[in-house]
Design a protein around this ligand. Structure first.
Ligand code: FMN
Length: 180
């Protein structure tokens, strides 16, 4: 079992570019209690400060099964893993929960969160629990760099944007400043 402990936001330490771009997260939304949830790999998003709250932003294209859960439930989690879970994250980023039970296929174990209904994973080295506070979407007319919609949204499948208040961070010592 991964040795995670609670980390206050001001003690959290990570290279955010590395976390999103190289390491990736599993974005999970739903309810652990009823087993109604779905997970998918994400590598785009933000962590920071907004409205006096530690905040995470996840972006989800409309065709993702996970979007149905993001819309229906009031929370999500972002989980990061060690390198040995790369294949599991690739699978969760290639297959849809509409086709198979990805959690089982990836060999992951869902666990209840402390502060939200959406589960995390026992194998994660970092879990961010988030309460949804805003939902929006990118709109073509708002892009100032017109190359972005051309390059990233030829099918007009603009990402939905979910802002979550981070209600709890738990992670290994690697994610804590001045960890003993
Ligand atoms: C490395 C990686 C990063 C991804 N990042 C995102 C993302 O930020 N947003 C998104 O909508 N899809 C992203 N995807 C695609 C989804 O993970 C993928 O379509 C997944 O199969 C959706 O599963 P679902 O239908 O069960 O929700 C990413 C895929 C990979 C492999």
């Amino acid at each position: 079992m991964t040795n995670r402990k609670m980390i206050p936001p001001e003690e959290f330490a990570a290279n955010l570019f590395d976390l999103f771009h190289r390491k990736w997260f599993l974005l999970t939304s739903g309810c652990f209690g009823t087993r109604q949830f779905n997970t998918m790999t994400v590598s785009w998003g933000f962590l920071g400060e907004m409205w006096m709250r530690p905040t995470a932003i996840a972006v989800v294209r409309p065709q993702r099964y996970t979007l149905e859960f993001m819309d229906r439930y009031d929370s999500f989690t972002l989980c990061a893993f060690g390198e040995s879970f790369r294949e599991a994250l690739k699978l969760c980023g290639a297959k849809s929960g509409r086709e198979l039970n990805k959690v089982e296929a990836a060999g992951l174990t869902a666990i209840p969160s402390e502060s939200v209904s959406s589960p995390g994973f026992q194998e994660a080295e970092l879990i961010l629990e988030c309460r949804k506070v805003y939902r929006g979407e990118f709109r073509k007319e708002c892009f100032l760099d017109k190359m972005i919609p051309q390059e990233f949204y030829p099918g007009k499948d603009f990402h939905r944007i979910f802002v979550g208040e981070i209600t709890q961070i738990s992670g290994t010592g690697a994610y804590r400043r001045n960890a003993e």
